[in-house]
Design a binder for this molecule. Structure first.
Ligand SMILES: CC(C)(COP(=O)(O)OP(=O)(O)OC[C@H]1O[C@@H](n2cnc3c(N)ncnc32)[C@H](O)[C@@H]1OP(=O)(O)O)[C@@H](O)C(=O)NCCC(=O)NCCS
Length: 162
């Protein structure tokens, strides 16, 4: 599993992996598939995006985005991580998040945060092992396909050993 910064050439792979995760209806409230053009806007700005290659093929990505438009929170980045369904359980997720932690710290961020479905035990366990703290639980935070879901807020300070 080899991590590296994402480039424009990775847009198709990122869209494919994200859209597979969206279609599984278990990890995100997003339901609309993303186009390659939309992925373009993720790249080349202040928010790092990394991909992980297995045998030369991109099998995972981890991305950052804005946490809040308020200037006081400019050091906090929101993140996501997705592994292609056929490549899960082989270390790609861990590799992607570790690379994103380094990239976000190098880009000057102070903290990563995210929201995880309470039912997503695999992600919660992985993030706990990587030093993320579960801040708390939002009850019935939004609906997916008509069903309310509880959401766990996670955070990790950068530049510290948890
Ligand atoms: C959650 C996800 C990112 C984990 O990536 P992965 O490559 O499958 O996981 P890894 O092989 O790197 O495993 C890292 C840790 O995650 C946990 N984990 C991952 N898959 C697991 C499984 N099937 N069962 C139990 N624990 C699992 C384990 O704690 C594992 O540590 P270990 O190897 O010491 O047991 C990946 O499964 C995925 O993309 N899931 C769908 C999308 C998603 O949930 N994204 C996160 C949204 S917040």
């Amino acid at each position: 599993m080899k991590p590296r910064p994402a480039t424009l050439a990775d847009r198709e792979a990122i869209a494919r992996i994200y859209n597979a995760g969206i279609s599984e209806r278990a990890y995100t409230f997003e339901t609309r598939p993303r186009t390659v053009e939309e992925i373009t806007s993720w790249l080349g700005g202040r928010f790092p995006v990394v991909v992980v290659e297995e045998a030369g093929r991109v099998v995972a990505f981890a991305s950052t985005g804005a946490y809040s438009p308020r200037e006081c929170y400019a050091g906090v980045a929101d993140f996501s991580v997705y592994v292609a369904p056929e490549a899960r359980g082989r270390g790609a997720g861990r590799t992607a998040v570790l690379a994103l932690l380094d990239a976000a710290e190098a880009a000057g961020f102070h903290k990563l945060t995210s929201r995880v479905f309470a039912t997503n035990a695999n992600s919660r366990e992985m993030l706990a092992k990587l030093g993320f703290r579960e801040v708390g639980l939002h009850h019935q935070h939004a609906r997916l396909d008509g069903v309310w879901h509880d959401i766990v807020v996670v955070e990790r300070l950068l530049g510290v050993n948890p």
